[in-house]
Design a binder for this molecule. Structure first.
Ligand SMILES: CC(C)(COP(=O)(O)OP(=O)(O)OC[C@H]1O[C@@H](n2cnc3c(N)ncnc32)[C@H](O)[C@@H]1OP(=O)(O)O)[C@@H](O)C(=O)NCCC(=O)NCCS
Length: 169
């Protein structure tokens, strides 16, 4: 038996709205308290109060669900051609390369669609994760969500040029 399965990926389906909302809330509540106050976390998590609206947003983007042993444990979404909008891993499954697998896949998909760079407004919790993957900070921001001010960092990664057709390697 494989006790440490690798994360698998699949496209987001409409019926994933509820589980994605619960991963989003658990991830914010349990993983971001070093960087954000309880009031800030509550305001941030309130984006998933309405499962249906939350799901409709994910369905409108290019959203991938990561599974371990078949069960959803994280998701990431690409907005437009090259902006990572969401990346959330369930707290019980962090440190198992779920986030890395999701972002590697979004980078490949965005590159295949012609994006030359990816951007993200990284939470203070995730900025180091993105820095490790080659994203460079371009700007510090503060955004208001439900009356709370939250800081994040705009980051950018230039994607490798795809090999030209007919190139040797
Ligand atoms: C940030 C997050 C997505 C990372 O997910 P994860 O599945 O635990 O990450 P991985 O296991 O794929 O880690 C990949 C690498 O990043 C590192 N890493 C992961 N989370 C990190 C963090 N919070 N700070 C610093 N490094 C981190 C890992 O140590 C690993 O390093 P390695 O390649 O040297 O081994 C997850 O902690 C999360 O959901 N956070 C809360 C929600 C959030 O802030 N989302 C971002 C919104 S923009």
């Amino acid at each position: 038996m494989n006790v440490n399965p690798k994360p698998a990926l699949r496209p987001y389906l409409p019926e994933d709205a509820e589980i994605a909302a619960s991963i989003f809330v658990a991830s914010i509540e349990q993983l971001t308290s070093d960087d954000y106050s309880e009031a800030q976390q509550e305001a941030w998590a309130s984006a998933a109060d309405d499962d249906e609206k939350f799901g409709a947003k994910l369905a409108a983007q290019l959203t991938l669900i990561a599974t371990l042993g078949g069960a959803p444990v994280g998701f990431a979404s690409l907005e437009g051609a090259g902006h990572i909008d969401m990346l959330f891993v369930h707290p019980d499954f962090v440190g198992q390369r779920v986030g890395a697998t999701l972002i590697d896949a979004l980078e490949k998909l965005a590159g295949a669609r012609g994006a030359q760079a990816l951007t993200v407004d990284a939470s203070d919790n995730a900025a180091e994760f993105f820095a490790k993957r080659g994203y460079v900070a371009t700007q510090r921001n503060t955004v208001t969500i439900n009356g709370e001010w939250l800081a994040n960092t705009s980051m950018k990664k230039t994607l490798a040029e795809p090999a030209a057709p007919g190139a040797d390697q």
